[in-house]
Design a protein around this ligand. Structure first.
Ligand code: GCV
Length: 649
């Protein structure tokens, strides 16, 4: 394979020893090799299995559902699939098995994706910058132009190989230039991009500026119920679909953090979403409407005001009003991608509305792809959470897959962590999150360890002991990060704006208050029925469990309650002692991660070794700073010394 100036991530077929006398044969039955997706499947199989004399038969099986496949090994390997995407996913399954050392002649497996929509959301801007990007600039844009090249093709291959079937290519904060994506200026390039996506069974989506009628159309308003506005959208969407018939639809952030939306005109979120949904419906498009709607300039001195309440307060009352081709995209927690938050009460709180889960693999609050933080265990916890929206079949996984309420539009989306760095993800180890999200969204039954091990085996050639070590480092990393930053669900305490490094009182949008509400007696936000009442947004028994500090899961204690420093935790330690111990422990564990990585020298590519070593050095500094600042702050606030007499100033 020709050398490329960027990593091939987990699809580095050239790592295998090449015996040029061998060639893999691929035959198709019931599928046309001319079909663009089948063509890609055949190409991948030939490239991925180039050192074997395997015969692979791709067969159509009408009895299998959309995107499903079943593989039977033997003298030849048969991939049966319900449609072209199923065939492609089956092909990648065979390649993955071969690369991880399985005997493909013994394969016997059937898979149906857990979620119908499995999406990546890019927060890329057209000038090439990426909002919350930690791996270089965008590979989609440079200076307001769209890039379609070999790197884009590789990106698309990576996404398909983990089962992604939809990608939103621009930031939900649609800045000026991106508003023009739905104009003649960009259609030709978008067609090229969308065809490339289609080769690998992926639909292209765009983030939409709700104020387009004003910014592009010259209207004075963008009121979703105004006839002139509706007519403008009808013409615009027709123009878009005339040029881009395969477009999946639009993602919309409205009425949040300065974005325009229906609230300006006294309309509801449903008014906005349904207006666009109705107009796009004849073209088969969908509207993905985000529920991250809150008033960022709220005055927190009023102890009843609570940003965590906002999503549920705005959307629950409209349950059942959203039209069939509208789907609400809900962040996993009620705040904003913290290292630990309760699951959003909107998930399952809505029972008559299409809904999908939004998580973030860009490590905005979880270490900026400098600190190691493997997020799949967190995503698994979220998916396993019982909402009690009905007697059974009530987990988040049940809801967002569409199983719980029979929705056809359902799924998972991740804010992606890629950029144009050589290794795509800034830190080579952060690719485990990219890989892991796709694999988990495709198969929510996979364990965090299975995914980690698969990724390690596909990416590196390690002896078993080092493979085990790396898997263990990944699996422990989230809790390590939590321990030295903000344990017990308190979250934040990051530098405002940047969201990396400690600033205990740092508060994002206004000069009022802190996120942690610490005083000299205690810390935490009272979200019980005596406080903001947020705990009551859950079904029973979750509502009662969260409402009482004695039954609240301890890892979320400070999210739900204002707790005295002298409160005894289940370990018998006081709260303040736990804060001290947790930070010292997390710092020690960060040092241990850096130390453990030294064993990988000479065992992984030098570039990887050096890049990751450097990031671990920065992580250790970061952990040190967190430990010092948080412990000093709470020592001074509480006046209670560390029982163990360690240095806290
Ligand atoms: C794209 C947080 C981030 C913003 C992001 C926003 C969102 O507030 O800090 O950068 O904007 O979430 O999800 O819309």
């Amino acid at each position: 394979m020709a050398e490329k100036n960027w990593s091939q991530l987990w699809l580095d077929y050239s790592r295998k020893k090449h015996d040029s006398s061998l060639e893999c044969t691929v035959k198709c039955e019931g599928f046309s090799e001319e079909n663009r997706v089948i063509n890609s499947a055949v190409k991948e199989l030939k490239a991925g299995l180039f050192d074997s004399s395997l015969v692979v038969i791709i067969k159509k099986n009408e009895a299998l559902s959309k995107e499903s496949y079943s593989i039977k090994g033997g003298a030849s390997v048969e991939i049966e699939a319900g449609d072209e995407n199923g065939a492609l996913y089956g092909a990648f399954h065979v390649i993955r098995s071969a690369m991880t050392g399985d005997d493909v002649s013994k394969l016997s497996v059937s898979k149906t994706p857990s979620n119908p929509l499995r999406m990546m959301n890019h927060w890329d801007n057209m000038d090439g910058s990426i909002e919350r990007g930690y791996s270089g600039n965008s590979f989609f844009y440079e200076k307001d132009t769209i890039i379609v090249n070999d790197r884009t093709r590789d990106y698309v291959r990576f996404m398909a190989s983990i089962g992604i079937n939809g990608v939103v290519i621009n930031n939900v904060n649609v800045k000026w230039a991106a508003s023009y994506l739905i104009t003649d200026r960009y259609f030709d390039d978008l067609v090229k991009l969308s065809e490339l996506f289609n080769d690998y069974g992926i639909k292209l989506f765009l983030s939409l500026n709700f104020a387009s009628p004003i910014e592009l159309g010259g209207l004075e308003i963008c009121d979703p119920l105004d006839e002139k506005v509706i007519d403008w959208w009808k013409d615009k969407i027709k123009e878009v679909y005339d040029r881009l018939p395969g477009l999946g639809g639009f993602l919309v952030k409205a009425d949040s953090e300065g974005r325009p939306g229906p609230f300006t005109y006294g309309r509801t979120q449903a008014d906005g979403a349904n207006m666009l949904g109705d107009i796009i419906a004849p073209y088969g498009g969908i509207i993905i409407w985000r529920c991250f709607v809150y008033n960022c300039t709220q005055d927190w001195r009023d102890y009843k005001t609570d940003r965590a309440r906002a999503g549920y307060d705005y959307f629950k009352g409209l349950d059942g009003e959203y039209h069939d081709n509208v789907i609400l995209q809900i962040k996993n927690g009620p705040m904003d991608f913290q290292i630990r938050e309760p699951v959003s009460p909107l998930l399952g709180g809505l029972t008559k509305t299409n809904q999908m889960l939004e998580v973030q693999i860009a490590q905005e609050y979880t270490g900026h792809q400098i600190d190691l933080c493997y997020l799949i265990p967190m995503f698994r916890e979220i998916l396993e959470f019982r909402t009690y929206c009905q007697e059974s079949n009530d987990t988040v996984a049940d809801i967002v897959s569409g199983r719980a309420f029979g929705n056809k539009l359902a799924g998972m989306a991740a804010v992606i962590n890629t950029g144009n760095d050589f290794n795509w993800t800034g830190n080579d180890l952060a690719a485990a999150n990219l890989y892991g999200f796709g694999r988990l969204a495709f198969d929510t039954d996979l364990s965090s360890e299975e995914i980690a091990r698969e990724w390690v085996r596909l990416t590196f050639d390690l002896e078993k002991d080092l493979e085990d070590k790396l898997v263990e480092m990944l699996l422990n990393s989230r809790e390590i990060y939590e321990r030295y930053t903000s344990p017990l669900g308190i979250g934040w305490m990051v530098n405002p704006g940047v969201h990396y490094g400690p600033s205990v009182d740092g508060y994002e949008y206004s000069r009022w208050g802190t996120y942690h509400r610490a005083d000299h007696l205690g810390i935490g936000v009272d979200r019980s029925d005596k406080g903001t009442g947020y705990a009551q947004q859950y079904y029973e028994p979750n509502a009662s469990a969260y409402n009482d500090p004695n039954t609240c899961p301890e890892e979320l204690l400070l999210f739900f309650h204002h707790i005295p420093y002298t409160w005894k935790l289940k370990t018998g330690k006081t709260l303040i002692q736990h804060i001290y111990d947790s930070h010292f422990q997390g710092y020690e564990e960060a040092k241990k991660l850096a130390e453990d990585w030294k064993a990988f020298e000479g065992k992984v590519p030098e570039r990887t070794f050096n890049c990751v070593s450097h990031r671990f050095e920065m992580q250790v500094d970061n952990a040190h700073e967190w430990c010092d600042q948080v412990n000093s702050y709470f020592f001074r606030k509480s006046g209670i010394p560390d029982e163990k007499g360690r240095d806290i100033f």
